[in-house]
Design a protein around this ligand. Structure first.
Ligand code: CA
Length: 407
């Protein structure tokens, strides 16, 4: 088994003037970093993160991915402090080091690593995002999470905390596996089913695969920067066995996981303690907009039913009208704080839900220059707690941070 072909492509997309994503394609190291911040800061942050990884690769082995990611975090913070224009910048990072038959993964934020094995696509990394946490705790369905106004709110990033928590884990590779690292500019535009079918269709040429993935994200609107890095595990002797060169550098011992974590891998059904600690049980409003039909009346004969149908129907219509009126009244008064797809904090009128058919029960009423990534984790959890407020309360909560963060 050895590392086979790889390909990478990064594109600014249709809406952004700049590309703030960075990536590494230096086999056996691959990484994607999605930078955020004003002006050039996002580019600086993602570039600092991948440079720290590349330097670790060139000074290794052994390569400690987590130490390299933490070093990137340290440099971003240092730069933020030294340069007011870069204050508050941040970046995600998802890095993979391939060593023998094992992938070591280091991960912070909502960029993703996927594996295509056979015809099955699996997301290997958990999203460190508010909506992913709400899905994990059962407060949102995966369908509601797509297109949610708070989906760009990440709960962990490099650059925001001195002691960034880095997820680290290993997965065993198999011959034929195709791996994809990507920024959320792909995954917010292209669903998993389409990513899977593109990879299946183009797996014979990874260059074609990354081009097709970026094209699909742009065809869907290209609202964000799009970065895709792909590589494949193939049969055959490793280059070391073939040429007598040094084997691939081993991953540092600190990458090893407890056995049960390595066995289950990461998935939404099995959150770790670390993930659970950052979910401060956001309060969620009860759904009050009725969508369910009334329950069936008790079993009666067909003849009886005809006589009793009318009162049931009238009763139901009255209840429906009352519920709709109450729901509309609540929607018009309720406000919550969220963030748009650019990560800008805003105030939304309504409730943070969607009905089937992508009917949003909210609309933005105010967009702030504050970026969600500029807020610390406790601040984010407090601000986006899904509690419903009056417009005034929601606006003043946002303005506290504007006075502090926007110069
Ligand atoms: Ca992005």
């Amino acid at each position: 088994m050895r590392l086979g072909p790889s390909a990478a492509l990064s594109d600014a997309g249709h809406r952004r003037r700049r590309n703030e994503d960075s990536f590494v394609r230096e086999p056996p190291l691959f990484a994607v970093a999605d930078g955020m911040g004003g002006a050039l800061a996002g580019e600086i942050a993602s570039r600092l993160a991948v440079t720290a990884l590349e330097e670790a690769l060139h000074s290794g082995p052994p390569i400690d991915l987590v130490a390299a990611i933490r070093e990137g975090n340290r440099r971003i913070q240092e730069r933020s402090l030294a340069d007011p224009a870069a204050a508050g910048m941040g970046t995600t990072v998802t890095a993979v080091l391939v060593s023998e038959g094992t992938l070591s993964i280091g991960h912070v934020g909502d960029s993703r690593a996927y594996r295509l094995r056979g015809d099955r696509l699996e997301q290997l990394t958990p999203d460190h995002s508010l909506v992913a946490e709400l899905v994990r705790t059962g407060q949102l369905t995966p369908e509601e999470a797509e297109g949610h106004p708070q989906r760009a709110v990440i709960t962990r990033a490099l650059g925001t905390d001195a002691n960034v928590e880095v997820d680290r884990f290993e997965v065993a590779a198999e011959v034929g596996d195709v791996y994809l690292l990507c920024s959320d500019g792909l995954t917010t535009m292209v669903g998993d089913a389409d990513v899977r079918s593109i990879l299946l269709r183009k797996r014979t040429s990874l260059e074609a695969a990354v081009r097709a993935l970026v094209a699909a994200a742009n065809a869907a609107g290209g609202e964000d920067n799009i970065t895709c890095v792909c590589f494949e595990i193939v049969a055959g002797p490793s280059p070391a066995e073939e040429t007598g060169e040094l084997p691939l550098p081993p991953a540092a011992a600190t990458m090893l996981l407890p056995a049960e974590q390595a066995a289950t891998g990461w998935n939404d059904a099995a959150p770790t303690d670390a993930e659970q600690t950052i979910v401060a049980a956001p309060t969620t409003p009860a759904r009050t907009v009725p969508t369910a039909p009334p329950t069936e009346p008790p079993l009666v004969t067909r003849r009886h039913r005809r006589h009793r149908k009318l009162p049931y129907l009238v009763g139901f219509l009255v209840l429906l009208a009352v519920a709709v009126a109450a729901g509309l009244a609540m929607l018009s008064r309720a406000h919550f704080v969220g963030a748009d797809s650019h990560g800008r904090v805003g105030v939304y009128q309504g409730v943070p839900w969607e009905l089937p058919g992508r009917i949003h029960l909210y609309r933005p009423v105010y967009v702030s220059p504050v970026l969600a990534v500029q807020l610390s984790q406790p601040e984010r959890l407090r601000l986006f707690d899904h509690g419903l407020h009056s417009k005034q309360l929601a606006l003043s909560a946002v303005r506290v941070f504007e006075r502090e963060l926007v110069r």
